[in-house]
Design a protein around this ligand. Sequence first.
Ligand code: SF4
Length: 291
Amino acid sequence: MEVRLAKTAGFCFGVKRAVDTVYEQIKTGKTIYTYGPIAHNEAVVRDLEEKGVRVIESRRELERMQELPPERAGEVVVVIRAHGVPREIYELIREKGFVCVDATCPSVRRIHRIAERESLAGKHILIAGNPVHPEVEGIVGWCRGPVTVLESPEDAEKYAPLEGENLCLLSQTTYNYKKFQHIVEIFQKKGYNDIVVNTICNATEKSQAEARAIAAQADIMIVIGGRHSSNTAKLYEICRGECEHTYFIQTLDDLHLEEIPKSARLVGITAGASTPNKLIEEVQNYVRVNF
Ligand code: SF4
C-alpha cells in the first residue's frame, strides 16, 4: 500500500507567518494576546496558551479590557492573525495603549487595500464569501461605502445593483474558484458595470487542485484539520467528491483504522492551512506503520 502526502498539506505561508510572529513576540516577555485564535487548530492554540498567550475572542471583549495608563503603554501586545480585522480594531487596540503587531496575511491585506480604494472611488463592493467568516468581516470593515457579501451564485442571481451603480467584485481568499467563475459569468450575462479582482489565494487553489488529483486516484483519503477551519472543510468537500472513503480528522484520535477497507492500495493525506506539520507527520507515520 502506498501513502501519498500532498506537498501543499498544512500551514500555508500566511498562517505560518502569523504563528511564527506569536512565538517571536513571546520572547519579548510582554503580555501577549491574539485577536481571535491564531490558527483554527486546537493543538496550536493550546501550546500557545501554555506559554501564556491569551485570546481576545471578540470586539466586545477588547472594548471591555482596561486601558493601560501612559506609563505602562506598550506592555501589552495584540497580534492580529492572518485573517485580518476591520480597520476600527486597529484603532481600538491603540486607544487601549496596547501594541498592535499585524500578522495579517499579505494576500488578505491586498484585499483590504482594494476594498478601501475602490469604495472610496464610489464603487459598491461585492465579496464572494461567507458573511460570518472573520476574514470577510475584516474585509467588510475596510469598505468606506456600500458592501454586499454574496455567499453563492444563487445570491449573485438575486442581486440587482442600483441604477448607474458601479461594482467591484472581490472574493474571500478561500472561496471556491468554480463558484467565483460562475458569479463572474452571471454578472457578465446581466451586463453589470463591474470590475472583477480574483483575490482567491494561490495557496488555496494549489492545495485544492492537489487534493483533488490525489483523491481521484486514492482508495482512501484522509483530510486533517480543525473543526472550524473553512479551508479544511472545503478540502474535505472536494476529496469526498472524488473518493468515497474520505475521512475528516482533527487529531490522530479521530482516525479509526478498523473502519478503513484493508483492500486499499493508495491512501492519500492532505491537511488544512492551519494544521501543524507535527500532526501531519504523526498521522502519516501512524498510517504507514499500522495499515
Ligand atoms: Fe494567506 Fe492564503 Fe494562507 Fe489565507 S490561505 S492565510 S490568504 S496564504
